[in-house]
Design a protein around this ligand. Structure first.
Ligand code: FAD
Ligand code: NAI
Length: 475
C-alpha cells in the first residue's frame, strides 16, 4: 500500500530538509527521504553539509585556530601557555558532537513541522498505471506517491582518475575530517575551497602541508587583489601552494603516498607524504535515483537539467542544490529549496544568483559577493574601486589581526555597488552587510553615510565605501 503526500523530497541536506520544512509550513503534507547513516546505522539528516562538509570543517577550523592562538599569539597578550598540546581524538570527538547536535536538530525540526521522515534510499520506479512512484529502500521498504517531487541528492567528491579514495591514505573530504593523528607531511591536490580550509586545519596542528594546484593562478574566481593578499598571508604561515602543476602518477607507498608531477616550469618532481587529500571539485549525485528509467534528464556533467525555476524535464519534479547547475553552496541549496516550495504553493519564489555570497573560512577569511574587478574589466563596465586596510581599523588592531582589506567596486556613473571583496578577520560575517546592500541596489554612498558602531570591523566596510569616492577618514 503506497503512502500519499503532496510533496516528497529526496535528500535531507540543506536543499532538501529546508525545502521539506518550507513545504510543510505552507500546509503541504510533506515527506523527506534521506539515506545518510550515523556511526550506529541510524539517521543523520543534514547531508554533506552537516555530516562531512560545512559544519565539521568549521568545528576543526575553530579547534585548530584556538591551538594556533595558544601557541603563537597568546604571548603577545602577556599570557603564558607552555606545553600546549592537541588531543586529536578529543578534537574529533567534539566535532562529532557538533555534527550530532545538528542531525538531532533537523530531526526535531521535522517533528515540529510535521514532516514525515523516511530513512533510506529513494528512487523513482515506474508505476503500473503510468507515471512513477518513489520507492524507499531502508530498514523497511515503502512506496510513496507525491503530487510534487523535489530532488536534492547533493554531490560527491571528484576522484582523480585511477586514484580511488581509500579514506586511509587517499582522502576525500570525508576522510580528511577523520585523520586520527597529525600527519607529518600532508599533500593536497587542488587549492580550491576545501584544499585551503583543510590544508589550514592540519598546518595549524603542525603538519608540513603542500597543495598542488593545476591552474597557474591562485583562486582564479576571487578578485585578483584579494587573492594576492590572501596568498601572501598563506605563504607567511607556511602553507605551501604550488601553482600550474600537472599531476602524474599517484602511488601508495609503505610510508604513505608519492605523487609524481610536473611543476610550472615543466620540471619533473615527486612529492612524498603520509596522507593525500584530493580536493579537485565535486560531482552531482544521482546514484541510485533510477533517473534514466523515468526519463529524468541529466546534462553531460551528470547534473539534473533544470530551468530558472528548478523545474526538471518531468512534470511536477523539481531539483535543487548541488545536484543542479550553479555554485555548490549550502545557502544556495537552501534558497532554492525555499523558492521551489513557494512555487509549488503558487507563490513567486526567487533566488538572486548575483547576490550569493562566497566565504572561505581560512585565516584570514576570504569573502565576496558580486563581480570581481577582473570580471568588470572583461565585461567592459566602467567602475570605481575603493579599498580600506584592516591595518587602519582600531578593532582589528585590538584583536591583533590586521591582515587584509575590504574592497568596494561601484558603477562609475550610478555608484551602485557591483561587488564587495574582503580578506581579513570575520570576513564571513562582514560580507552580509554587502549582500543586503546589493539586494537593495544600494550605492557605495549609501553605505558610506550609514552609522557603523565603533570600534568594529564593520567600520572598514564603511571606509572602503568612502574610499570609492576617495574620502576615507581613517587612512
Ligand atoms: P547534500 O548536502 O549533499 O545532501 C544530499 C543528501 O541526499 C545527502 O544526505 C545524501 O545522503 C542524500 N541522498 C542522496 N541520494 C539519495 C537518495 N537516492 N535517497 C535518499 N537520500 C539520498 N557550503 C557552504 O555554503 N559553506 C561551507 O562552509 C561549506 N563547507 C564545505 C566543506 C566541505 C568539506 C564540503 C565537502 C562542502 C562544503 N560546502 C559548504 C558545500 C555544501 O556542503 C553543499 O553545497 C551542500 O551540502 C549542498 O546541499 P544539498 O542539499 O544540495 O546536498
Ligand atoms: P574547488 O572547485 O573549490 O577547487 C578545486 C581546485 O582543484 C581548483 O582550484 C582546480 O583548479 C583544482 N584542480 C582540479 N583538477 C585538478 C588536478 N587534476 N590537478 C590539480 N588541481 C586540480 O573544489 P573543492 O575545493 O573540491 O570544493 C568543492 C566545492 O565544495 C567548492 O567549490 C564549494 O562549492 C564547496 N565548498 C564550499 C566551502 C565554503 O563555502 N566555505 C568549503 C568547502 C567546499
Amino acid at each position: 500500500m503506497s503512502k500519499q503526500f503532496d510533496v516528497i523530497v529526496i535528500g535531507g541536506g540543506p536543499g532538501g530538509y529546508i525545502a521539506a520544512i518550507r513545504a510543510a509550513q505552507l500546509g503541504f503534507n510533506t515527506a523527506c527521504i534521506d539515506e545518510w547513516k550515523n556511526g550506529k546505522g541510524g539517521p543523520a539528516p543534514g547531508g554533506t553539509c552537516t555530516n562531512v562538509g560545512c559544519i565539521p570543517s568549521k568545528a576543526l577550523l575553530q579547534s585548530s585556530e584556538h591551538f594556533e592562538h595558544a601557541n603563537k599569539h597568546f604571548a603577545e597578550h602577556g599570557i603564558t601557555a607552555s606545553d600546549v598540546k592537541m588531543d586529536v581524538a578529543k578534537m574529533l570527538a567534539r566535532k562529532d558532537g557538533v555534527v550530532k547536535q545538528n542531525n538531532d536538530g533537523i530531526l526535531y525540526l521535522f517533528k515540529k513541522n510535521k514532516v514525515s521522515f523516511f530513512h533510506g534510499r529513494g528512487s523513482f520506479v515506474k508505476a503500473a498505471e503510468g507515471g512513477y512512484e518513489i520507492k524507499v529502500a531502508g530498514a523497511a521498504e515503502e512506496t510513496l506517491v507525491g503530487k510534487h517531487i523535489i530532488v536534492a541528492t547533493g554531490s560527491n567528491a571528484r576522484q582523480l582518475p585511477g586514484v580511488p579514495f581509500d579514506e586511509e591514505t587517499v582522502l576525500s573530504n570525508d576522510g580528511a575530517l577523520r585523520v586520527g593523528a597529525v600527519p607529518k607531511k600532508l599533500a593536497l591536490i587542488g587549492s580550491g575551497v576545501i584544499g585551503l580550509e583543510m590544508g589550514s586545519v592540519w598546518r595549524r596542528l603542525g603538519a608540513d602541508v603542500t597543495i598542488l594546484e593545476g591552474l597557474p593562478t591562485f583562486l582564479g574566481a576571487v578578485d585578483e587583489q584579494i587573492a594576492k593578499e590572501a596568498k601572501k598571508a598563506f605563504d607567511k604561515q607556511g602553507l605551501k601552494v604550488e601553482l600550474g602543476v600537472k599531476v602524474g602518477e599517484v602511488a601508495k607507498t609503505k610510508a604513505g603516498v608519492s605523487i609524481d608531477y610536473t611543476d610550472a616550469k615543466g620540471e619533473a618532481k615527486k612529492l612524498e607524504a603520509d596522507k593525500l587529500i584530493v580536493s579537485i571539485g565535486r560531482v552531482p549525485n544521482t546514484i541510485g535515483l533510477n533517473a534514466e528509467a523515468v526519463g529524468l534528464k541529466l546534462d553531460d556533467r551528470g547534473a539534473i537539467v533544470v530551468d530558472d525555476e528548478c523545474k526538471t524535464s518531468l512534470p511536477n519534479v523539481w531539483a535543487v542544490g548541488d545536484v543542479v547547475r550553479g555554485p555548490m553552496l549550502a545557502h544556495k541549496a537552501e534558497e532554492e529549496g525555499v523558492a521551489v516550495a513557494e512555487r509549488i504553493a503558487g507563490q513567486h519564489g526567487h533566488v538572486n544568483f548575483n547576490t550569493i555570497p562566497w566565504v572561505i573560512y581560512t585565516s584570514p577569511e576570504i569573502a565576496w559577493v558580486g563581480r570581481t574587478e577582473q570580471q568588470l574589466k572583461a565585461d567592459g563596465v566602467k567602475y570605481k574601486a575603493g579599498t580600506f586596510p584592516f591595518l587602519a581599523n582600531g578593532r582589528a588592531r585590538a584583536l591583533g589581526d590586521t591582515t587584509g582589506m575590504v574592497k568596494f567596486l561601484a558603477d562609475a556613473t550610478t555608484d551602485e555597488i557591483l561587488g564587495v571583496h574582503i580578506v581579513g578577520p570575520m570576513a564571513s560575517e562582514l560580507i552580509s552587510e554587502a549582500v543586503v546592500a546589493m539586494e537593495f541596489k544600494a550605492s557605495a554612498e549609501d553605505i558610506a553615510r550609514i552609522c557603523h558602531a565603533h570600534p568594529s570591523l564593520s567600520e572598514a566596510t564603511k571606509e572602503a565605501a568612502l574610499a570609492v569616492d576617495k574620502r576615507t577618514l581613517n587612512f
